[in-house]
Write a protein that binds this ligand. Structure first.
Ligand code: NAG
Ligand code: NAG
Ligand code: NAG
Length: 476
């Protein structure tokens, strides 16, 4: 009974907070004039052109071609890639980029066009289920999303001959994730570390760590409040300390208002996605450019990345005569925000991943000799440690000015979640959108080069050479 009441109160608070956030956003957007602002002809034209550039399947984009990968049950992933599978023996390592909210493969546009990366590796940038040109899922639970993502990685590894006959030296596989892509890549690093030799993780929270940090801070300030009540004489300084330890939690709460808004009934969520002429997306895109100039073309490219193909691009075909999946052509061209919100609504970050037999078998076959080597080196699959430890080699590259994520909640104690050969690097002048911001995207590009070329130098030195004052805070 008490549990039921508690849950009811909790969902009422969440509802009220979500609603409050929506009104607050709308108010800000109305006040700054964005809400009712019509797009100019120039803006409309640029959006049309940007969508054509990113989503016309017949054309290559900066050396990358549009491809589809169909899974066992017919689910279609859209990706861009600089190579073609089965086009002769491939000796290059493989790097897979996974975007976050509210983006698509195109968030990586400044990095994957680099000729240094394209010549050093097979570059794959995917659209997550429900985003861009990939098929939709009914529910974005952890099991649904991670099963699809794992089958994708396993299949693409096979297509590019990574897991050939035991004799050949295995080529490196690197997975790079930002925001939701980072959250999902962290889950892979924790629960399917065989998938890559290096995970590069940027500005996405590690759910288990955040939850344990919130619990710790809340319980220590509750203790202090209690003490303060018992000894009123010395209470002022204790109360002050209690408030101080709650500060990151409260700050994170105010910054996570949009997550509460995502839990509202679908009508509200759709309104958040497109109301006021997409003012929520437009505001997010503006933020993604950080302090740098934001032109009409930049705004159009950001919007094209979020919205995915239009009805026009849905008529196009790849060189292999493939088209966007039916779920994109028939439904998502009219709005894809429901699907983006699904990740927040259906527990993709925190719910349990129930691996299928097929997944377990394919992970096992990838691991081969590797697994034994790792477990005997002390960084094995069955080590103790908090739940959610990243068992794969991980490089966390964090824009410290992130307005969406509080460093004390996301980074304090992260060392416990990392294995040998992992690092945390702070970028002091960058915000949340590290693949977009001018300085941080170079840092990410260099980190990817370092990883695909065999990690010969010191990663700290590599990043500092292109991003002065970057600091390596953890090195394991
Ligand atoms: C981590 O990196 C080292 C060195 O590159 C490599 O030998 C090892 O297999 C990697 N471990 C995992 C779990 O991928
Ligand atoms: C959005 O733009 C249209 C025209 O482009 C305009 O009529 C409308 O008032 C704008 N605002 C909202 C809230 O939809
Ligand atoms: C896509 O590109 C092809 C080849 O350049 C062009 O013929 C076609 O008109 C374009 N389609 C759209 C919808 O832009």
């Amino acid at each position: 009974m008490a549990g039921l009441l508690f849950r009811a109160i909790k969902s009422a608070i969440l509802f009220a907070y979500g609603l409050f956030t929506m009104f607050a956003y709308a108010f800000i957007q109305i006040r700054n004039g964005n809400f009712f602002r019509k797009s100019s002809e120039k803006e409309k034209l640029e959006l049309y052109l940007a969508r054509e550039r990113f989503w016309n399947l017949s054309n290559d984009w900066a050396g990358l071609s549009h491809q589809f990968l169909t899974l066992r049950n017919g689910f279609k992933f859209h990706l861009v890639c600089n190579d073609r599978p089965n086009s002769g023996p491939n000796t290059k390592p493989l790097v897979i980029f996974i975007h976050g909210f509210p983006d698509s493969w195109a968030i990586w546009r400044h990095i994957i066009r680099s000729s240094a990366i394209q010549s050093a590796a097979t570059v794959v940038a995917i659209d997550l289920p429900g985003y861009g040109g990939s098929d939709s899922l009914g529910k974005y639970s952890a099991t649904n999303v991670l099963e699809k993502l794992t089958e994708f990685v396993v299949t693409i590894r096979a297509l590019y001959g990574i897991d050939g006959d035991g004799e050949a030296e295995q080529r490196r596989v690197v997975i790079v994730g930002h925001d939701w892509g980072c959250v999902l890549a962290m889950r892979l690093a924790a629960e399917a570390p065989q998938l890559a030799d290096r995970f590069i993780l940027t500005n996405g929270p590690l759910p288990g760590l955040v939850i344990s940090n919130v619990r710790r801070l809340v319980s220590s300030s509750v203790k202090m409040f209690k003490t303060a009540l018992r000894s009123p004489l010395s209470s002022r300084s204790i109360l002050f300390k209690a408030m101080k330890s709650m500060k990151p939690v409260l700050r994170q709460l105010t910054r996570s208002g949009y997550i509460a808004a995502m839990q509202l009934p679908m009508t509200f969520v759709r309104y958040l996605g497109s109301g006021g002429n997409y003012s929520f997306l437009r505001a997010t895109h503006r933020i993604s450019y950080g302090r740098t100039e934001f032109t009409i073309v930049d705004a159009a490219e950001c919007m094209a990345s979020s919205l995915g193909p239009s009805a026009e691009e849905c008529k196009t075909r790849t060189k292999d005569n493939e088209q966007y999946p039916a779920s994109v052509k028939k439904e998502r061209v009219f709005g894809n925000f429901d699907h983006m919100a699904g990740y927040y609504r259906h527990g993709a970050a925190t719910s349990r991943w129930r691996k299928s037999i097929e997944t377990i078998a394919s992970l096992h076959s990838i691991a081969r000799g590797n697994e034994f080597r790792r477990s005997s080196s002390g960084a094995g699959l069955f080590d103790d440690g908090p739940e959610g430890v990243l068992k794969g080699n991980s490089t966390v590259i964090w824009g410290k000015e992130d307005i969406a994520l509080e460093p004390p909640l996301c980074l304090d104690g992260i060392s416990d979640y990392l294995v040998h050969n992992s690092q945390v690097i702070l970028l002091p002048r960058s915000g949340h959108f590290t693949p977009m911001e001018r300085e941080s995207r170079v840092a990410l590009e260099k980190a990817v080069e370092w990883a695909v070329k065999g990690e010969r130098e010191d990663i700290g030195a590599v990043i500092q050479a292109c991003y002065p004052k970057a600091t390596v805070t953890i090195r394991k």
